[in-house]
Design a protein around this ligand. Structure first.
Ligand SMILES: Cc1cc2nc3c(=O)[nH]c(=O)nc-3n(C[C@H](O)[C@H](O)[C@H](O)COP(=O)(O)O)c2cc1C
Length: 399
């Protein structure tokens, strides 16, 4: 453990606020107004790389682990936070009691800031994220809660904020981001079209980042999609991100709760090896995901709308849901959207393997998550010392 600050407002943050550069409109006390904020928005000081994100949360690196249902369980969250980033729990469709147990496990493993990510579907009458989940976060004093897909009810945002929790929204569109800012969120994650997993975006990461950057100069904007090494992280920071939100790279980590053969697919995969599809999901139908183009994805390409209903379909394997807490055995129906974990039996060619190709192109090996965080950010810091080459560098926007 490396500190007691939990990242919530009013907590001491490191490095100290008086070291922070002035923001637009702030006064330096000598009668001089700070100039309007302009690039670069990071500050290199000695051996540190600081942004609004690191200052607000008191974390060492502007690195956030994506909240990934099933995969980012407490061991991964703790590893990322202890390494100096922000680990984020991926809340799966689990009862609030399971969430509570996960939060206790995180708090037992680190005193550093962490977050919880929920998928919210306001169009779904029986959505799996409920006010009880929000209240569980409030009771546990979670430092950051992130919502994805649609906006949560405003009263959830207000209740969390009243309890001292920062609320962020991950968005694939300018419109949703604008609505989120109107609702008072304190952070945005720009989800580019190359991002692995559930994805509503159609704009490449850096292009969307710049669009969201134009919307706000007062809350952190993170970049998500295709960020998997020091170069891609440096490029995102250079183009205006306050931090990076990293998914696929962390699935290929020792602590990720993912099947070893799935992790190996991420090491072997390349840009262009994924597809955006609505194929998967008797559990939550018709939602777009970026996944590895395995056999089932190739076989059903262009025929996603003719997928048979669950009742008529065969089983493709078994898995264990809510591991370590409820341990529910689950028979995976064909087209299940549940990804393979170490508990899963069955043929991975039949399963949903969420991933981003642009990220896979940058993954060479499965590593401990803490090492991934430190190596990625230290390399990014070195690259930002002479960032000229980052201006022209095109992003790989094939997923
Ligand atoms: C395996 C996997 C599972 C994911 N699950 C979730 C999730 O439960 N909730 C969510 O908001 N985003 C989820 N995402 C999307 C990430 O939040 C993020 O947008 C994406 O990983 C960024 O792109 P990258 O994978 O290239 O890093 C998932 C991504 C992956 C790869």
């Amino acid at each position: 453990m490396n500190g007691a600050n939990d990242g919530r407002p009013g907590q001491p943050s490191a490095p100290s606020e008086d070291e922070a550069p002035l923001e637009a409109g702030e006064s330096d006390g000598a009668g001089l107004e700070a100039p309007p904020r302009s690039k670069p928005i990071y500050v290199l000081e000695g051996n540190t790389l600081r942004t609004r994100l690191t200052r607000e949360l008191g974390i060492h690196y502007p690195f956030v682990g994506a909240g990934m249902a099933f995969v980012s369980l407490p061991p991964l969250v703790v590893a990322v936070s202890e390494a100096g980033g922000l680990g984020v729990l991926g809340a799966a469709p689990e009862p609030p009691g399971v969430l509570e147990a996960r939060l206790k496990a995180i708090q037992a493993g680190t005193r550093r800031p962490y977050g919880v990510d929920f998928i919210v579907d306001r169009l779904e009458p029986h959505g799996f994220t409920t006010r009880d989940h929000v209240d569980t976060c409030i009771a546990a004093k979670v430092p950051v809660v992130v919502f994805h897909w649609t906006l949560p009810p405003r009263e959830w945002i207000q209740a969390l904020q009243a309890a001292g929790t920062r609320v962020w929204v991950q968005s694939g569109t300018v419109e949703l981001a604008r609505q989120a800012l109107d609702a008072g969120v304190e952070g945005l994650v720009a989800q580019g079209r190359q991002a692995g997993g559930r994805n509503l975006g159609s704009t490449p990461t850096l292009a969307l980042l710049k669009e969201l950057r134009k919307l706000t100069d007062t809350v952190p904007v993170l970049a998500a999609g295709g960020i998997a090494d020091g170069f891609s992280a440096a490029r995102a920071l250079h183009h205006g991100a306050d931090g990076v939100w990293v998914g696929t790279r962390l699935v290929a980590s020792v602590e990720a709760h993912a099947h070893p053969l799935y992790k190996q697919r991420l090491v072997d995969g390349d840009a262009g090896d994924t597809a955006m599809t609505t194929l998967f999901g008797p559990e939550w139908p018709g939602k777009r995901m970026r996944v590895i183009r395995n056999r089932v994805v190739r076989e059903w390409a262009g025929r996603e709308s003719s997928v048979p209903p669950t009742a008529e379909s065969e089983a493709i394997g078994t898995t264990r849901l809510f591991p370590g807490v409820l341990d529910v055995q689950y028979v995976m129906p064909k087209f299940s959207s549940f990804l393979p974990t170490p508990d899963t039996q069955g043929d991975l060619e039949e399963m949903s393997l969420p991933a981003g190709g642009a990220s896979m192109a940058r993954i060479d090996t499965v590593q401990p998550a803490g090492q991934i965080v430190v190596e990625m950010m230290e390399r990014a810091r070195r690259l930002l010392e002479s960032p000229e080459g980052l201006d022209e560098a095109d992003e790989e926007d094939r997923g």
